[in-house]
Design a protein around this ligand. Structure first.
Ligand code: NAD
Ligand code: MG
Length: 393
């Protein structure tokens, strides 16, 4: 029987994963080693009961008594806190979903890479901040990483059986987010609620706002470089409002292979869960005759400054990705808290990168977890100062 763990089981990716595990036989087909959640005890306990998980971990320590109560009468062990979360990742499982959002997903994902099997990677932040470390750890332990981000799953599927040396370019698509059709001067007044609605995908709030600002796409460009080893100048972004074509690979003979599918993450999750086999998945089938037309446009660099920042991060390399992720998270927190406006997020990140670059060391290799975590902490501290200065002026 295959053993599985799901980190971030209460989130959008995690719930999609739990749903597929249950549809594919649940506890009769999988031994669930560990499920983790941030704060949602009800969803975590529900998933643990349905999958008869051996361990359930809630990140928020104060919620341990609630979790214990919610699991009463089951054989599931309950634990809480960041340490318990990392320890859950030390328990070997054949297949692990890395579905925690943000830099918090780095340590559990990295520790899971140390026991072989497959890491299904939704947490793009870990590749952006510590790509070389993740890949080296996976190689050392013979662990396979399968991408779950829809664009990267699409690239992976388009590359199946192809020679990476014959690739001329890779294009990832972007819906353009909530404000694609807004006049640029209105963006400064965009509210958190407005930024939290996505035209096509149902996702967690943070990634939805990152889609509106294209910080999500910026991370995905860096993720493409880190995971597939493709040079930055060969990675392109294309606006595609329908979110049906997820990525395109262009080959040197002029041919392009792309991947189409309904915007439902359970496709990419299910692909990674069942790889190399394709199983029937409960996602909508595209009816292209009914869709009629698909649209494409080049992204406007003024509307989406995050894309330019991604280019700068790749040019610097090393720890710049860790600084970028951390500064972006601090800026996003400040926007959600109502402290800064939507259009102030990119300038915060840019200012943090420029101060760190002036201080030196930003391009040092992201070789150890400590160097990455130190850079993360430093970038958050600086971002805090930049945001304070902005809110006082
Ligand atoms: P989400 O906010 O819906 O869920 C995040 C999960 O992480 C939840 O279980 C939450 O409790 C947990 N979590 C949050 N902070 C934590 C912390 N500090 N410690 C421990 N656990 C914590 O997020 P999501 O939309 O499911 O995204 C998860 C990851 O997948 C992200 O990295 C995102 O970029 C990536 N991703 C998501 C989608 C999508 O459609 N939702 C698509 C592609 C990639
Ligand atoms: Mg994506």
């Amino acid at each position: 029987m295959r053993s599985v763990s799901v980190f971030g089981a209460t989130g959008s990716i995690g719930q999609g994963t739990v749903d597929l595990l249950l549809r594919q036989g649940g506890p009769a087909a999988y031994r669930t080693v560990a499920l983790t959640g941030g704060r949602n005890v009800v969803l975590l306990a529900q998933a643990a009961r349905a999958l008869r998980a051996e361990l359930a971990v809630i990140a928020e320590e104060a919620l341990l008594p609630d979790l214990r109560a919610a699991l009463a009468g089951t054989a599931t062990e309950a634990a809480a806190g960041a340490r318990a979360l990392a320890e859950a990742a030390d328990r070997p499982a054949d297949w692990v979903m890395s579905g925690i959002i943000g830099a918090a997903g780095l340590v559990p994902g990295l520790r899971a890479l140390a026991h072989g099997g497959t890491l299904a990677l939704a947490n793009k932040e870990s590749l952006v901040s510590a790509g070389p470390l993740m890949l080296a750890t996976a190689a050392r332990h013979g662990t396979r990483i399968l991408p779950v981000d829809s664009e990267h799953s699409a690239i992976f599927q388009s590359l199946a059986g192809e020679d990476i040396g014959a690739v001329e370019a890779v294009t990832i698509t972007a819906s353009g987010g909530a404000f694609r059709d807004w006049p640029i001067d209105r963006l400064a007044r965009a509210s958190v609620a407005e930024a939290s609605t996505h035209p096509n995908w149902a996702m967690g709030q943070r990634i939805t706002i990152d889609s509106a600002s294209m910080f999500n796409k910026a991370m995905e460009v860096i993720e493409t470089q880190a995971f597939f080893g493709i040079e930055p100048e060969r990675i392109r972004v294309l606006i595609h409002p329908e979110s049906m074509l997820h990525a395109l690979v262009s080959f040197r003979d002029g041919g392009m292979i792309g991947h189409l599918g309904a915007p439902d993450m359970r496709h990419a999750i299910g692909y990674a869960l069942n790889w190399p086999v394709r199983r029937t998945l409960p996602v909508a089938r595209l009816d292209l005759a009914a869709v009629g037309a698909l649209h494409f446009a080049a992204p406007d660099p003024v509307r989406y400054p995050a894309l330019g920042l991604a280019r700068a991060v790749m040019a610097t390399g090393g720890l710049a990705g860790a600084a970028f992720t951390a500064a972006k998270e601090a800026a996003l927190d400040a926007f959600i808290a109502g402290r800064i406006g939507f259009v102030a997020m990119a300038p915060v990140v840019e200012e943090v990168l420029s101060r760190l670059s002036a201080a030196g060391g930003l391009g040092n290799p992201a070789e150890t977890l400590d160097t990455v975590l130190d850079m993360d902490a430093e970038a958050r501290r600086l971002a805090g100062r930049v945001i304070d200065a902005m809110t006082q002026s």
